[in-house]
Every structure is written in C-alpha cells, then in structure tokens.
Design a protein around this ligand. Structure first.
Ligand SMILES: Nc1ncnc2c1ncn2[C@@H]1O[C@H](COP(=O)(O)OP(=O)(O)O)[C@@H](O)[C@H]1O
Ligand SMILES: [Mg+2]
Length: 367
C-alpha cells in the first residue's frame, strides 16, 4: 500500500499543502517548527482516523480556522483509494473512503496500517502502564476487529461497574449481586483480550530481539513480556474477592485494565537499567517488530513514518536503518530531518528515486 499524494487544509501549522510522493522513499526536510512532523501526523490521521500524539481532534485545527481537511489518494491492493477526513468546529469528525462516509470510524481501523517511529516513543518506557496498554491495544486492534469489539465491551462493563460502585457509595448501600453481572462481562471479554495480548507478546519478543541485535550489534537479550491480572485460573473468583476492596475504593481495582508490558534487556527493566542509547535501540526494535507483526497478520504492507531519526541514532546507524527499511519487505517510507544535505547524501545513495521535499519552502502558513 502507498500514498500517492496529500492535500491538507488548516491542519495544525499548515494553511494549505499539496504534495506528491514516491511509492518508496520520501523525506521531509526543513527547519524546526516548519511542519514536518505535522505532515507525518496528517498521514497518520488518514490511516488511523486520529492523531499519533493522542491530542484531541479540535487541537489539530489550525489556530484561527474553523475546520481542517486532509485528503489522500492511495494505492491499496492494486486499487486506487481516496480517503478524506474533515473536522469542523461543533460537528463530528467525518471520514470518507472513496467519497462514502463510514458509519463507524472503527470500521476503518486496520485497513490502512501505518507505523510511526518518533522521539515521543520514549513515553512508552517512561510513562505509566496506561501508555503501554494504549500501544498494545492500538497495535492489536489494527489487525483484529474482534479484539476491538471485546475491548469496547470490556471497557463498557468496567465503566458501568465503576459507576455502580460510586452510586452505592453515594447511597450508602451495596448489592454484591448487581456487581456480579459486570464481573461476568469483564471476564468474558477480558479473557479474550488477555489471550490475544499474551499471543502478541510471544510473537513480538523474538522479533524485537532480532532487530535489537541488528541495531545495537549488542549481545544483550531483548525481550517483551505481558503481565496480566488474568494470568490466573479463575478470574471470576478473583474479581468477586475484591468486591469489598472495590466498594471502599469506589473503582475496579482488578482486571485487564491494570495490565502492563515489561520491556527488558537481559532480564533487567529497560527503564531502570538501559542507557539512553540502549533505550532508543530498544524502541526502534519494538516498532520494527510491530511493523512486521501488522504486515504478517494483515497481509498488507504498512506505511512507515520515521520522525527525526537522527535524533535517535548516529549517522552510521541511521544509514543502516534506512538501508534495512528500503528492502523489498518494507513498503513506503516517510522520513523527517532538519538537515537537507545530510538527508540527501544519505538517501540518494540508497535510492536515486527518493523524493526530498523541502517543507520550509512549502508551509507558508506557519509563523
Ligand atoms: N492547531 C495548530 N494551529 C497552528 N499551529 C500549530 C497547531 N498545532 C501545532 N502547530 C504548530 O506547528 C509547529 C510544529 O510543527 P512540527 O510539524 O512539529 O514541526 P517540525 O518541522 O519541527 O516537525 C509549531 O510551531 C506549532 O505551534
Ligand atoms: Mg518534528
């Protein structure tokens, strides 16, 4: 799959932009703040119907404007596809595929996969478990709509259970049987989710190890494991045994909404033991493994968005990374960098057809 062109209006720093791309290697170069990352995010928006940075949709409308619009022509499974996403203040976000509006945005997830490698990935290591669960859920649901279905059901049951706990607290009463109903739903959907998450980690682990070794030329064993409450024979009994505790807390203290991922090097936590350089290599390995996972499960080659790779690696490693992703196993790639000459020298060696786009010259909307 690849993106042939992009037209954006009032998206973040961009007043208007019209760009055409190579089916393989594309580079956005330009000064800091010139709108390079915003372009990657616009591509992410088309593919996944939301910002990579988790910001609220309204924040992406250019200051002083009433709406944004992003449109792109893709080629997917040898067919042309036109995607258009628009948001107007006070209205709901509208996503159209070949001019037809989706009834539910969730239907779009997974059809146009994209993987981002960005300096913000370090949040995956440094933030709380919520960030890692969001990553896990986003990756798995891109290729597995059943997972998304169970996740939505689980979250709904959880929300209702929490609401009930608060209601009981406010009314100074408690009905354990009413809570049982939600326990059952949480177990039904949670078991599916926990099994899929465990599979995902089992599949990802050797791939992370492979890419980590390749990138770092290191000998450490890189690993990912899933740490789940549902790692028990009787989840229903576990939930029930927490009724009294949850009653006092007024929220549900047990379940897959509290699970976590463990990133490790030689059985040491990446967060606590790895150097900055090892952390960067680990994150890139994780993302490349994610890319492979999506490609193999969906039989569609994702778009790879590499933001500020020179920020992550020295020149030699960047060159190896670009060489790696330029391979036939990878599809279309977008790279951003602040130095036009550095990028040109690097990519033109690897691919004479690479397209280098100077964004500073195009994005006249930025201050
Ligand atoms: N909604 C918005 N309206 C106007 N400008 C925005 C909006 N969101 C982000 N920006 C601006 O976009 C710029 C950053 O663009 P970015 O793509 O991150 O630059 P870079 O080329 O360094 O990657 C900042 O100056 C920021 O203020
Ligand atoms: Mg940037």
């Amino acid at each position: 799959m690849h993106l042939k062109d992009l037209h954006i209006l009032n998206f973040k720093s961009w007043t208007e932009g019209k760009l055409e791309f190579s089916p393989k290697l594309n580079c956005f170069v330009g000064l800091n703040g010139s709108g390079k990352t915003n372009l990657l995010d616009a591509i992410h928006y088309l593919c996944l119907s939301k910002s990579y940075f988790g910001s609220r949709d309204l924040k992406n409308i250019r200051h002083g404007s009433e709406f944004f619009m992003i449109e792109g022509q893709f080629e997917r499974k040898d067919k042309p596809e036109l995607l258009n996403i628009a948001l107007k203040k006070g209205a709901k976000k509208v996503l159209k595929r070949n001019k037809k509006e989706y009834e539910k945005l969730a239907e779009h997830i997974g059809l146009f996969p994209a993987v981002v490698i960005s300096p913000y990935d370090r949040d995956l290591i440094l933030d709380s478990s919520e960030t890692r669960r969001r990553f896990l859920d986003a990756v798995i649901s891109q290729g597995n709509s059943t997972y998304l279905f169970h996740l939505m059901r689980y979250n709904k049951a959880l929300q209702q259970r929490n609401r009930l706990l608060k209601f009981f607290a406010a009314n100074h009463n408690f009905d354990s049987e009413a809570i049982d109903l939600y326990d059952q739903q949480m177990v039904e959907h949670g078991s599916f989710i926990a099994a899929e998450r465990a599979n995902f980690c089992a599949e990802l682990s050797p791939r992370i190890h492979h890419y980590y070794q390749w990138l770092s030329e290191g000998k450490e064993e890189a690993n990912i494991t899933y740490q789940s409450h549902f790692d028990t024979s009787d989840a229903l009994a576990e939930l029930k045994s927490r009724h009294e505790k949850d009653r006092l807390l007024q929220y549900s203290s047990w379940g897959i909404h509290r699970d976590d991922l463990n990133f490790s090097l030689e059985d040491n936590k990446v967060r606590d033991y790895a150097s900055q350089g090892q952390q960067k290599s680990y994150l890139i390995a994780l993302k490349l493994a994610q890319y492979e996972f999506i490609r193999d499960h969906q039989n569609i080659v994702p778009i790879l968005l590499l933001d500020d790779i020179f920020d992550k690696l020295d020149e030699q490693r960047v060159s190896r990374l670009v060489l790696l992703v330029h391979d036939a196993n990878f599809g279309q790639i977008f790279i951003t960098d602040t130095h036009e000459e550095r990028t040109a020298a690097l990519v033109q060696q690897i691919d004479p057809d690479a397209r280098i786009i100077n964004v500073s010259a195009l994005n006249n909307g930025s201050e």
